[in-house]
Design a protein around this ligand. Structure first.
Ligand code: PDD
Length: 291
């Protein structure tokens, strides 16, 4: 990787070179993981599902009592500025809001100023080779806390899951609560049953309400697929016609193997392919923020 990093970030109210950006050591995001985040995709100059990501950010902040520093319009303006200043046509914008800077103590004052950090990442999301080849995954126990619906920056369980992924030489982990799949380490889990139903876990405090999940369900319903939202087991994955996972950074990736066992005939299936294509078509119909 090149050591030259010319990216411009937005840190504590100012646009600054990412290489020079700093936050105080006493930031509660650093000391306690006391913060939340969002990841929004940029495809061909378009901010994908952006207002829904910003609404989820507002909800995450409200759930942990951090005041939302900006309106949706202001967040969008800063994101657009970041795209323009970085000539970011394809990739991601990362947003993190922590409770702010204070002497280290578990309890917090109500008048802290939240710390906002935003930076771009360059990636060709729409040309991920896994879309064509399919992904191999492993299952790991879901070690997370009881409020997985909040997009918390406390990600140690997912960091451990992703390290297991690396050690196994695979692409993603699906997390297990007993026999049931909760979700991917950084994605939402779906299967297509042999009866051609699209199955994904129902929203609750057990999983993150994925924005791509929501879009894919909408497309599936438009295409006349029956969508069922309920927990499903590892055995159901192994018996499924297809399995795939979704996230802002990957769109929809077919699963061809789980824990060394073939899934969906060991090749990407037609349902995930058509959902992926329809998703990209919807994205390209959005107005571009950067031409
Ligand atoms: N992660 N579930 C978990 C645990 C996630 O971390 C993510 C996304 C998703 C998918 O959500 P969405 O469709 O809104 O991206 C589900 C992001 C990409 C990340 O942490 O980098």
């Amino acid at each position: 990787m090149s050591t030259v990093d010319n990216r411009i970030a937005f840190v504590r109210g100012a646009f600054v070179p990412l290489q020079d950006a700093v936050i105080p050591v006493m930031d509660r995001g650093f000391l306690f993981g006391d913060g939340v985040y969002e990841v929004t995709a940029i495809i061909e100059g378009r901010l994908v599902d952006n207002s829904i990501h910003l609404k989820r950010l507002a909800r995450s902040l409200a759930e942990i009592g951090i005041p939302n520093p900006f309106t949706i319009e202001k967040w969008t303006e800063i994101e657009t500025q970041l795209m323009q200043r970085n000539e970011l046509r394809n990739g991601l914008i990362y947003i993190q809001v922590s409770r702010g800077v204070a002497e280290r103590a578990f309890q917090y004052a109500d008048d802290l100023e939240p710390t906002v950090v935003m930076f771009p990442q360059f990636a060709q999301i729409q040309s991920n080779p896994l879309t064509r080849t399919g992904a191999r995954i492993i299952t790991v126990p879901d070690l997370r806390w009881a409020r997985r619906d909040i997009k918390s920056t406390s990600l140690l369980a997912q960091v451990m899951a992703k390290h297991a992924v690396k050690q196994a030489g695979v692409n993603e982990a699906w997390m297990l609560d007993g026999e049931q799949i909760t979700e991917g380490a950084s994605s939402t889990a779906f299967i297509v049953t042999r009866g051609n139903e699209l199955l994904t876990r129902n929203l609750s405090r057990d999983i993150l309400p994925g924005i791509t999940r929501r879009a894919i369900i909408g497309i599936a319903e438009r295409h006349g697929l029956t969508v069922v939202e309920r927990p499903f087991s590892k055995a159901e994955v192994l018996d499924a016609a297809e399995a795939f996972y979704t996230s802002a950074s990957t769109i929809a990736i077919p699963v061809i193997e789980m824990d060394g066992v073939c899934v969906g005939g060991g090749a990407p299936g037609p349902v995930v392919r058509s959902l992926y294509d329809a998703y990209l078509q919807d994205v390209m119909a959005l107005p571009a923020s950067l031409s």
